[in-house]
Design a protein around this ligand. Structure first.
Ligand code: NAD
Length: 291
């Protein structure tokens, strides 16, 4: 393998160490960061994610609570509870575990979280701020990608970055973050006629699609930094990304593995956003705009 591994577990540990220091400083001011997680219905994947989040909270010292709703609960019920959580000063971050049961309007529910507590970064205020070039609370997965690039000291300004996938929670915000850092960014999707034309010019290639083997080594510019966001479960139970790791790692200079890459960062960024929100609640860091 020619490429160096960008190990999400190692980088996440460094993030946690910094968070512990920030949490210590908050303790001095009598504040413990608090995170509320809303879980609606019984989804086994969600339960695993929740367990990981709760464990990470415990390790760094973030108070966390899980609020469970039955699968047949009403939207109004959830929105009312969100309003109470928005007003609770002990809780600095709120997230709703996705996916939601089909009868619920996820947009209405997600927009019910106060922007200052929206640690998943999905509220339109937070997404809109990114368009204007500000980062208030950014979506965790693209924030994790940027943190990996920064820890690895990957130059961004002036480089060609290609993002495959244009979802509102991964691809699009990642493209905005890369633009804000001075990269020349192309965003590809299922409508892109010739993917290879773009991938082959990428100094930084981020793939967030959900299709195993979408990108292989022959499509990658030699020496590129490859960030594989995809998470796919193969029929044999194996977890893989969107990038064919065996061939890509022969061509790239640096590459994230799946598992153990971006996925590890997403939870770390959730806690970082929670700590940031707690700091802002006592006037540390950038002021949050009045609503
Ligand atoms: P999504 O389904 O919302 O979006 C997928 C995007 O891929 C779309 O923009 C679509 O146009 C594009 N696409 C589909 N087929 C394509 C093709 N053949 N060529 C180019 N583009 C194509 O998915 P999402 O929520 O953005 O998630 C993407 C992947 O990232 C999934 O595998 C998901 O599991 C993973 N994910 C990982 C993390 C993590 O923590 N590592 C977090 C979120 C999502």
């Amino acid at each position: 393998m020619a490429a160096t591994l960008l190990d999400g577990a190692v980088i996440a540990q460094r993030v946690y160490a910094q968070l512990k220091e920030r949490i210590q400083r908050l303790h001095v001011r009598g504040v413990q960061p608090g995170l509320a997680v809303i879980l609606i219905g019984e989804n086994s994947a969600s339960r695993i994610y929740l367990k990981n989040k709760a464990q990470a909270c415990e390790v760094v010292g973030v108070h966390s609570e899980i609020l469970r709703f039955p699968a047949d609960c009403s939207e109004d019920e959830v929105v009312r509870r969100l309003q109470a959580l928005n007003a609770n000063p002990r809780l600095h971050g709120i997230l709703v575990q996705l996916p939601l049961p089909a009868h619920l309007n996820s947009e209405r529910i997600l927009q019910g979280i106060a922007p200052a507590k929206d640690v998943d970064g999905f509220n339109w205020v937070n997404l809109g701020a990114m368009v204007a070039g500000h980062t208030l609370l950014a979506p965790c997965t693209p924030l994790g990608v940027m943190t990996i690039l920064d820890y690895a000291q990957v130059p961004i300004e002036g480089r060609n970055a290609v993002v495959i996938g244009r979802s509102a929670i991964v691809g699009k915000p990642l493209a905005l973050m890369l633009i804000a850092r001075g990269a020349t960014v192309s965003v590809c999707s299922s409508k892109t006629a010739d993917l290879r034309q773009y991938t082959s010019m990428a100094d930084i290639l981020a793939v967030a699609v959900g299709r195993p083997g979408l990108v292989d080594g022959s499509m990658i510019k030699p020496g590129a930094v490859v960030i594989d966001v995809g998470i796919n479960r193969l029929p044999d139970g194996k977890l893989v990304g969107d990038v064919d790791f065996a061939s890509a790692s022969q061509v790239a200079s640096r590459i994230t593995p799946v598992p153990g890459g971006v996925g590890r960062m997403t939870v770390a960024m959730l806690l970082e956003n929670t700590v940031t929100a707690a700091e802002r609640s006592v006037g540390i860091g950038a002021n949050y705009p009045a609503q």
